[in-house]
Write a protein that binds this ligand. Structure first.
Ligand SMILES: *[C@@H]1O[C@H](CO)[C@@H](O)[C@H](O)[C@H]1NC(C)=O
Ligand SMILES: *[C@@H]1O[C@H](CO)[C@@H](O)[C@H](O)[C@H]1NC(C)=O
Ligand SMILES: *[C@@H]1O[C@H](CO)[C@@H](O)[C@H](O)[C@H]1NC(C)=O
Ligand SMILES: *[C@@H]1O[C@H](CO)[C@@H](O)[C@H](O)[C@H]1NC(C)=O
Length: 471
């Protein structure tokens, strides 16, 4: 496999040996870590920076490359390329790797070498796609592990606690990619977190958590219900709080997007055949919403102001809240073609598989059968004198409160009764508490969740509106 398609200009990774000089290699970046800073022991008070990546030049060969240096150099270098791009590395230092120590934290690589980049001697050049052999580019779709060496999500759930803390490979489809959350830890370090929901033939929803910017960035490129991933060396944990198994992306993990393997193609066919066309499912998580004290929401907006605010907030992932004096302008509760009620697991709150009516998210023990509860899950349009917010989520208990009937009462209603119910709310001025999250995946770039919707006191409404000088 030496010289798989690496020309004379470059040394194949398979031919590397320690302390080799004047080296030039080409490869595709298949994994990358965030930049980290460490106190410099030689220069007290200053910091040294580092990041690592993994390059591959053939199906069987890839190496781990680590770069150290000053903050500016490391940040610039790290920002200059992404996973999936090709790089040419000149004059790296080649060292024998200490297998046990290294592979605890870094991807297990077949080569017995690792590369070090130094600011003074080595260079990294990015090459654009058309300069590169298509065979080299196609390596990005080849998992770094044997294509059959993975657990299905059902296997993980079935194994339960016995897999807690284990590092394994997973092949699964992407069900949804959450909004990245940014926070500061108690010791004032910056952190981020993004939750990806996976599924396959055996499980309808399984959480995978990313804690680093590089994997979060990669996850943002995945298409829900369209992308399949092979994640090698993810850590499995039992989440006591949610009572379910989860996966975590760690520094050893390498994720292959849309792997080109027979097993991945079978999964891809499954997801294409089972693509749910139901748009209502997109805010599954609103059922699990954190409880928000409505009294803390005091800012009143018009639809137009909300849209302007969302443009100004562009790039910010944290939600904002507001009150809208407006009315529900679309409410499809009496239309048979639109589903407004879905069954959810009484324990974890996820939508359950319709055919089997059991929750595959948390039912790992059949002795522990969880019951299933119907729950409202609908999209409504909200309008005021300045415009309309489309496809806002109205779900769960908030929907019951808004409609003034429980979901079970609703399910026993005739179509005429549903139409009558609808006209009690449609076009009636209401005071609506909203949560808004910017999302390029949502319609209009804004994901809106109704937190409360009650008929407005006309005096209060017009006072607030005139306060804005807009009646
Ligand atoms: C490469 O190895 C270093 C330790 O030697 C590790 O910190 C790093 O995470 C590894 N690289 C990748 C891409 O994981
Ligand atoms: C790199 O070069 C600079 C300037 O020539 C020098 O000050 C520095 O010590 C060198 N660093 C290393 C790690 O050799
Ligand atoms: C991750 O991204 C956030 C937001 O862009 C940034 O504030 C933070 O410094 C980044 N962290 C790392 C380790 O690169
Ligand atoms: C506007 O609405 C707030 C909160 O909903 C209410 O407390 C306040 O009295 C209203 N303002 C006026 C001027 O009526």
């Amino acid at each position: 496999m030496a010289n798989f398609f690496v020309s004379k200009t470059f040394t194949a990774l398979s031919d590397l040996y320690p302390n080799m000089a004047n080296l030039k290699i080409i490869g595709i970046v298949i994994g990358k870590t965030d930049v980290k800073g460490f106190p410099d022991r030689k220069n007290i008070g200053s910091e040294r920076y580092t990041f690592s990546f993994t390059v591959r030049d053939s199906p069987t060969h890839f190496v781990n490359v680590t770069s150290w240096g000053k903050e500016d150099y490391i940040k610039l270098l790290s920002d200059s390329f992404r996973v999936g791009e090709c790089v040419i590395i000149e004059n790296p230092l080649i060292q024998r790797k200490e297998i046990e120590k290294e592979e605890k934290f870094s991807p297990a690589t077949p080569s017995n070498c690792k590369l070090l980049l130094s600011e003074n001697h080595s260079t990294v050049k990015i090459c654009s796609g058309y300069e590169v052999d298509a065979k080299l580019l196609s390596l990005i779709h080849l998992p770094v592990k044997e294509s059959r060496d993975y657990y299905s999500l059902g296997d993980i759930v079935a194994n339960g606690h016995s897999l807690d803390g284990r590092i394994i490979n997973v092949l699964a489809a992407v069900r949804s990619v959450g909004e990245p959350k940014y926070f500061t830890t108690s010791d004032r370090r910056k952190g981020q977190r993004c939750e990806v929901k996976l599924y396959d033939e055996t499980e309808s929803s399984f959480a995978m958590i990313c804690w680093d910017n590089e994997s979060i960035l990669l996850a943002q490129s995945w298409m829900p219900r369209d992308t399949v991933i092979f994640a090698s060396d993810v850590r499995i944990n039992f989440d006591k709080f949610r009572n379910c198994m989860t996966a975590t992306v760690i520094s050893k993990t390498i994720i292959t997007t849309n792997p080109d393997t027979p097993e991945a193609n079978i999964l891809l066919n499954f997801i294409r055949e089972n693509k749910e066309t139901n748009v209502l499912d997109y805010e599954t998580d609103s059922y699990l919403k954190e409880s928000i004290n409505l009294n803390t929401i005091v800012d009143v907006y018009t639809v137009e102001q909300l849209k302007v605010k969302s443009v100004k907030n562009e790039g910010r992932a944290d939600p904002f809240y507001g009150i809208l004096y407006g009315y529900i302008s679309t409410l499809n509760i009496d239309d048979e073609t639109t589903k407004v009620v879905q069954n959810r697991c009484s324990s974890c709150g996820y939508v359950v598989n319709e055919a089997s009516n059991t929750c595959k998210t948390c039912n790992k023990d059949s002795s522990e059968l969880k019951s299933v509860l119907p729950s409202f899950n609908m999209l409504v349009d909200l309008t005021d004198h300045t415009g309309t917010l489309r496809s806002c989520s109205l779900a769960g208990g908030v929907a019951e409160e808004t409609l003034g009937c429980t979901v079970n009462e609703f399910l026993t209603m005739t179509d005429e009764q549903k139409t009558a119910l609808k006209w009690q709310f449609l076009l009636e001025r209401s005071k609506i508490y909203l949560k808004l999250v910017l999302s390029h995946r949502a319609r209009g770039g804004l994901r809106v969740t109704v937190l409360s919707c009650k008929l407005a006191d006309p005096i209060e409404a017009s006072a607030n509106l005139s306060g804005q000088g807009r009646v």
